[in-house]
Write a protein that binds this ligand. Structure first.
Ligand code: SF4
Length: 375
């Protein structure tokens, strides 16, 4: 890792920093999945591993999450396919009993039966998410490399909504899917979803075989998304494309909004969230990573405290301090708000504190931190 100090006073380190607790804990319950899509982050396999956390260890993980204190982080139960575990409902109930909210990210299979969804609803799961990467069967199934998943995703979406569970749809943004995004948005208008999350590809796992969009194209996509937000029936968010916040701020400032108003928008409420800052990932074998796309083990929930690792591991501490970033991210006026994708920096350079190569912005030499400017 390399570090570069910021000019004094350019960033207020306590603002947009999640030092005490993350907002989201991702638990990869298993890597087993019947689909094994060609770009899977988890490099999913057919069979469960005997290294997975047991039911009792999962319950202890929820105790650790509650130990962060209130407000408790929200837990995203992911995989692989969490439905490969027959204790999924038991574990959702265990989290609910502790006051910890959960979401489930299943694979779109016929295992999402009305009976199971009713049990999840009764266990107080707060939402579920599905992946949709194409607007037609040919595009979606061809991209994922698994025939039939376009139809099963739409069946699953309707079943989740029929069970009264809010639904988020996730779409991978690559140079292959970018042209299809308007058509996907059109399709989602008919699915009664609570949010569309656009994940900008990072070449890890099987995703290493796909192509990222270019920096210039990412900015064009952001401007299109901001235009779309005005008429979209559901909010839109980006994942691993934190510089969307910079483009959104510029748009809102041109519209005359002040800093307080900007911070209250859906984009503003995500200020600062990035790998290791507001996010922590627990792998199927208990290893603690800053995020699912930044696969650097920093401890293990079987032998260490999740709270201690999140708060005090040197990598987590550095990831939360925008002053430790190298290159232009370290001297950017939006560093505390955005900070760039630490996962992409790591995937591309081997240095989690390097600049995000997807962002084309060049900070001016005399830049003052955005949050320090007069409102
Ligand atoms: S230079 Fe880095 S911190 Fe600044 S907007 Fe781009 S990605 Fe974000």
């Amino acid at each position: 890792m390399t570090t570069m100090p910021l000019p004094l006073g350019s960033v207020r380190p306590t603002r947009y920093v999640f030092d005490r607790a993350p907002m989201l804990v991702y638990w990869e319950m298993t890597r087993a999945c019947p689909l094994a899509c060609r770009h899977c982050r988890a490099e999913a396999v057919a069979q469960r591993s005997d290294r997975e956390l047991t039911t009792a260890e999962g319950e202890r993980l929820f105790d650790q999450i509650a130990a962060f204190g209130r407000p408790y982080p929200h837990v995203v139960l992911t995989g692989g396919d969490p439905l490969r575990r027959d204790d999924l409902v038991t574990l959702v109930r265990a989290a609910t009993a502790r006051g910890v909210g959960t979401s489930v990210s299943p694979s779109a299979t016929d295992d999402l039966t009305p009976e199971l969804l009713a049990e999840l609803k009764a266990s107080a799961v707060q939402s579920m998410s599905l992946s949709l990467d194409g607007s037609t069967a040919a595009l979606h199934d061809g991209f994922r490399g698994v025939p039939g998943t376009f139809a099963s995703t739409q069946r699953a979406a309707r079943a989740i909504r029929a069970a009264g569970i809010p639904l988020q749809v996730n779409t991978l943004v690559t140079d292959e899917t970018a042209d299809d995004l308007p058509a996907i948005h059109g399709l989602l208008r008919g699915l009664d979803i609570m949010r569309w999350s656009l994940f900008f590809l990072i070449g890890v796992g099987r995703g290493a075989v796909l192509g990222e969009v270019s920096p210039v194209r990412s900015e064009r996509l952001f401007r299109w998304l901001l235009d779309l937000e005005g008429t979209s029936p559901f909010p839109i968010k980006t994942t691993e494309a934190m510089h969307y916040r910079r483009v959104a701020i510029a748009r809102m400032e041109r519209a005359g909004m002040d800093r307080d108003a900007i911070e209250k928008t859906p984009v503003g409420r995500g200020f600062g969230v990035r790998d290791g800052n507001g996010i922590v990932f627990v792998a199927h074998d208990g290893a603690i990573h800053p995020s699912g796309f930044l696969p650097i083990p920093c401890g293990d929930v079987r032998s260490a405290s999740l709270v201690d690792v999140y708060r005090a591991h040197p990598l987590f501490v550095a990831l939360r301090d925008a002053r430790s970033f190298a290159g232009k991210c370290g001297r950017c006026p939006y560093a505390a708000i955005c900070g760039g994708s630490r996962a992409r920096a790591f995937a591309r350079t081997g240095d989690a504190l390097a600049s995000d190569p997807l962002c084309p912005y060049v900070p001016p030499a005399d830049a003052v931190a955005w949050e320090s400017r007069p409102s």
